[in-house]
Ligand binder design. Sequence first.
Ligand code: IPM
Ligand code: MG
Length: 357
Amino acid sequence: MSKKILVLAGDGVGPEITREAHKLLKALSDAGDLPLEIEVGAFGGAAIDQDGVPLPAASLALAREADAVLLGAVGGPKWEAIERARRPERGLLALRAELGVFANLRPAVLYPGLEAASTLRPEVVRGLDIMIVRELTGGIYFGEPRGIAENAEGEREGHNTLVYSEREIERICRVAFEIAAKRHGRVCSVDKANVLEATELWRTVATEVGADYPESRLSHMYVDNAAMQLARAPGQFDVMVTSNLFGDILSDLAAMLTGSIGMLPSASLDADGKGVYEAVHGSAPDIAGKGIANPLATLLSVAMMLRYSLNASGLAEQVEAAVSTVLKQGLRTADIMSSGCREVGTAEMGDAVIAAL
Ligand code: IPM
Ligand code: MG
């Protein structure tokens, strides 16, 4: 039985990088390793231009039917002036919420040879391998009430709500412990329990869940310290689990440790392993259409898709190995370029990975 994949290319560099992922998926499918049915849908700013909304009903319906969704990127200056509720980013948040993909896995891995691309010293980042587990469908991103309104003094006031239920915290912590069990067994739960009650509960529930995983080691860290530690000594982390907003921020920081945000894939999973896969980076409007964007984060997202939604971890490892091979060959997109390497564009990088498979 073939599996259904939906590709939502979106905006900016989205179409370029997902083109490479599409080629890779097709190559795997044509090789007979994994029969796939690949469909495409409108999403983000591109969908706003077509249908007036960032997540058209037709795209959502396709996403619900699919076994996995591959996302490009959304947003750009063109759509920044539209009312908030219809902006491209809202489409992304709606997709996450509608599909219930609460567990966002963002591995920050430094590939050998890319030490020089990081702004940190090679000895600080060498061998880096962190899994950030970010809660994705709750917290301050979705809490109500929210909005901008006039207060009693006639002044504009913006407000958002940070809310986490026990169940939401528990399920994301379980995901983190299950992943840690297959790694080094260390989970660092990141919160701001010294100030925010919602994350005080986070710490309590994380501790309770941790009791079910005696073979793992749980530690807690305040988010400000976690940011500092990531820049100071990132090698201390194995799995980090945290809330939606903290995870958003810390994963960008972790991305830079690996040399470029162009290297970081992600998986967003529901309770049954269905997932949305996307690069951690954004739509990069400044380089869109130039054919220079790094497709590796998206290709590595395909590897995560193979592992978590398509039950093909062997193929996932092959894709990851192909990326390593291509980097060892000295091929680099502009964002990870260093002396002695050969600079290539998006399509050439994609072709090289497929050839290395
Ligand atoms: C991410 C992005 C999104 C987020 C934006 C585009 C809504 O920054 O996936 O990290 O904040 O979650
Ligand atoms: Mg982000």
